[in-house]
Design a protein around this ligand. Structure first.
Ligand code: THG
Length: 806
């Protein structure tokens, strides 16, 4: 009969057979009776049925073993023996004229956590049956009517374990997904990863309703595909299930799948040899149309319900890095105790932030990775839908986690360390798990792109020699830190570009490594992310909770034509508002909108002030208002900036100069307080202290509030202050000091005032001067700032007035 694999490669459409149960009922199978046990007792009925289909035009007949696992057969049945016998019967009927497919249906069991059995137990059960089928002479194994991805995966693993026969797997979809939630694209991608020889859909729908599934297969698969519809949707008529589609209609509609690229066709429930004959006729002289090969091969990482494709025109996937105990002591402690609360919270948070895949790393001291990695993988599979990236150096832990996975997660990673590819490569291949190839080999880090590319080339060749398909390989471009190697970024970019362009290999990297040791790492990471995307990066291991990163990624996808009609970008960011800018940026914007006079003071733009003031005066604004609303708030703002360490001495000086120029322009115009005798105040910064900004501000404020201010300047000896105050009969003496070393001079001044019997009250102030200090030296008042100084001075003058009047 020849090799079934060869037949899969030619240009013909393979016609399988149709339904068996109805034909067996015609030959004595009782309703409810096991067809397999019936077959054991009635071998000739089985052979006759196969012959009918072969005569109708079937090139493949399917063994009577659909319910042939230990879970379906009565206890004590020789499972392998039954399947062997049924395969032999099919072989007897087929001879050299048809292929024999060994049928394997579902066990009726669900894999943990959906049910009680483990993946390994299902593999055992399938292996037992498949060994019998292979023994009995099957040309291929065909899984039929499967509805759970994990079970389908178990079937493939079992097949590989016991024989080298080609394997076909057909899934049943109800609406948009299989019973346990796998849509056709997930099934297709997972089966292709597993290296299944023929991917199919059967049962559950007639040819009309199978169209959408077949289109998904045609679009995604390079593996040949198989479509096996029912004869329409069943109806209940007089207590009997009736399939409405006659042979002709069924044949026309089903043959149309050949135009879509189907490699194999046949019928499921309700089809008969007449349907198959009509189908074979409709297909004769009608070659299969091969689906167009995708221009870039893509790599697919799957969970039971999602498939994330990497490479080609796929958007860059963010692999959420947060489930990783490095630097997270609490997470490490929990994992060591076998607790998953924090890990699951990290998962939830990353799902919400838009991660496409979740990295799962449980590597920390005291953590038993072999137990914890699969344990956490299982919990994650229960609670959320994203595919996983199993991140570990421990091969045993990775293998255990793959056995806990219903789909084809990403393995992170296989390095060039001796023995790693030989150990882990075949495990990944068997589980259909794509893996990250880490170009590390020997003691020396490959710094240049050329060094990396040489290792990558060697490891890819090694993988291929082990029968590991290229489509499972995701290359780590190896982000090293730019702060220690300036060319680290460039080396990554070149590696990404070369892998994509020369080898069609998708790339990934641990993004944040690049910025290690730098400040503002988020800025560096964001910029590097954009550059990597431009070079063709397929995925990044990163923290999806950094909005800058996700925003950059989404915008880049639009710019790189990987987001058709900017659909995803618009979906996510149509209502976007600029992230709250930094406090400094907020202030800068507000300042530009603020008064130009105040800004001229704050920015020390002395030359601008005369014109600005003239314009304000010409517009009728009183000089006093300009002083109190613009110049004084301006210089006070400068003082605050100085205190916040945003301004330093140079800014302080130019601002004070601008202030003085402005004040001189206004001073002649400041209205005298009518009628009243002005209170007179002598102001000075004490001897030894040359800081006068504070004192100048206080002077300005006092003048503006109607005081007559005699400003003696800075570094003024006590004797001179007292002499001036006496000569001018001052009401108040204001003393300023900025430093602890000079504030003691205030005490000298106060003592001298008292000695000379001056009536002047003494007010003190300055950055280091406290109320307690003021009291200890016998001062009459302490002012905390310029506004307070005005208030205190007024108080002192009022008290004096009271005293004289009283
Ligand atoms: N390549 C591949 N896999 C990788 C890396 C890589 N896996 C691990 C790592 N690099 C990528 N994952 C992380 C995970 C966490 C952090 C960085 C990279 C991280 N963690 C914080 C810290 O250490 O300070 C913890 C605090 C937090 O996340 O808030 O930065 O390169 N194939």
């Amino acid at each position: 009969m020849g090799d079934f694999r060869k037949a899969l490669g030619d240009e013909t459409v393979l016609v399988f057979d149709g339904a068996m149960g109805t034909l067996l009922q015609g030959r004595g199978l009782a309703p409810g009776q096991s067809p397999e046990l019936f077959g054991l007792a009635n071998p000739e009925a089985i052979v006759a049925t196969h012959r009918e289909y072969i005569e109708a035009g079937s090139r493949v007949v399917t063994s009577n073993t659909f319910g042939g696992t230990r879970y379906k057969l009565p206890a004590g049945t020789d499972v392998a023996g039954l399947s062997r016998e049924m395969a032999r019967l099919a072989r007897r009927a087929a001879g050299d004229t048809a292929f024999v497919a060994g049928s394997v249906g579902p066990t009726g069991q669900f894999v943990t956590p959906l049910g009680k059995v483990t993946l390994a137990e299902l593999v055992d059960a399938f292996a037992e049956q498949i060994a019998g089928l292979a023994d009995g002479g099957c040309d291929l194994i065909v899984g039929e009517t499967h509805f759970d991805l994990a079970e389908a995966k178990a079937l493939v693993l079992a097949c590989r374990k016991v024989c080298r026969l080609p394997v076909a797997v057909c899934m049943t979809f109800e609406g948009t997904a299989s019973l346990t939630g796998s849509p056709p694209e997930v099934f297709a991608d997972a089966m292709e990863n597993l290296g299944v020889d023929l991917v199919g859909v059967n049962c559950g729908a007639g040819p009309d309703d199978m169209r959408l599934v077949a289109e998904v297969f045609a679009r995604r698969l390079t593996t040949p595909f198989f479509v096996k519809p029912n004869a329409g949707m069943p109806r209940l008529e007089g207590g009997r299930t009736v399939f409405p589609m006659g042979p002709q209609e069924f044949a026309e509609k089903t043959a149309a799948f050949a135009d879509l690229g189907a490699k194999a066709l046949s019928g499921c429930c309700g089809t008969t040899p007449a349907h198959i004959a009509a189908l074979a006729k409709a297909l004769s002289g009608r070659p299969r149309v091969r689906p167009a090969a995708p221009d870039h091969p893509v790599l697919a990482v799957t969970s039971r319900s999602l498939s994330v494709t990497l490479g080609g025109a796929s958007p860059c996937a963010v692999i959420g890095e947060r489930i990783n105990p490095t630097g997270k002591a609490e997470l490490a402690a929990e994992l060591a105790a076998g607790e998953f609360t924090r890990a699951l919270a990290f998962a939830e948070e990353q799902v919400a932030a838009g991660a496409a895949i979740l990295d799962v790393n449980v590597g920390a001291p005291m953590v038993d990775e072999v137990a914890v990695l699969p344990g956490l993988a299982l919990e994650l599979t229960k609670r959320q839908r994203l595919p996983l990236c199993l991140d570990s150096n421990n091969a045993e832990a990775l293998s255990a986690a793959l056995w806990a996975s219903p789909a084809t997660p990403l393995v992170n990673s296989i390095s060039g360390e001796p023995g790693r590819m030989e150990l882990l490569g075949p495990i990944c291949r068997d589980h259909g798990a794509p893996f990250i190839l880490l170009p590390l080999k020997g003691r020396k880090l490959p710094v240049t792109a050329a060094e990396r590319l040489a290792i990558i080339e060697e490891l890819v060749a090694q993988a291929e020699s082990l029968g590991i398909p290229r489509r499972l390989i995701l290359v780590d471009a190896l982000a090293l830190t730019v702060s220690s190697k300036a060319e680290a970024g460039l080396a990554c970019l070149e590696t990404i570009r070369h892998c994509r362009q020369a080898w069609g290999l998708p790339t990934v990297l641990g993004l944040s490594n690049i910025s290690f040791g730098l400040p503002a790492r988020e800025l560096v990471n964001g910029a590097f992310f954009a550059m990597c995307l431009g070079a063709g990066l397929a995925a990044a291991i990163a923290n999806p909770n950094v909005p800058r990163l996700m925003e950059t990624g989404a915008a880049c996808e639009v710019l790189l034509a990987r987001d058709p009609q900017a659909g995803r970008f618009i979906d996510r960011y149509a209502g976007w508002k600029a992230a709250a800018p930094s406090a400094a940026a907020v202030r800068a914007v507000a300042e530009e909108a603020g008064s130009p006079i105040r800004q001229a003071v704050i920015k020390g733009r002395k030359a601008e002030l005369p014109a600005l003031l003239d314009a304000a005066l010409a517009a009728g604004r009183p000089a006093a208002a300009i002083l109190s609303e613009e110049l004084i708030p301006g210089i006070m703002d400068v003082g605050e900036r100085y205190e916040r360490k945003e301004y330093f001495l140079p800014q302080l000086l130019v601002a004070a100069e601008a202030m003085r120029a402005g004040f001189e322009r206004l001073e002649p115009l400041l209205a005298e307080t009518p009628g009243a005798q002005k209170a007179r105040i002598v102001m000075a910064t004490v001897e030894g202290d040359i800081h006068d900004i504070g004192k100048n501000i206080v002077c300005l404020m006092l003048k503006n509030h109607g005081f007559e201010v005699i400003d003696l300047g800075k570094d003024v000896p006590a004797a001179r202050i007292v002499a001036e105050a006496a000569a001018r009969d001052a009401d108040v003496i204001g003393l300023s000091a900025l430093m602890t070393t000079t504030m003691v001079r205030m005490e000298d001044t106060v003592r001298l005032v008292r000695e000379k019997g001056l009536r002047a009250k003494v007010m003190v102030g300055g950055a280091v001067v406290t109320e307690a200090f003021a009291r200890s030296i016998g001062a009459d008042a302490h002012a905390t700032d310029a506004v307070d100084a005005v208030r205190r001075a007024k108080g002192l003058v009022g008290a004096e007035a009271e005293k004289t009047t009283g």
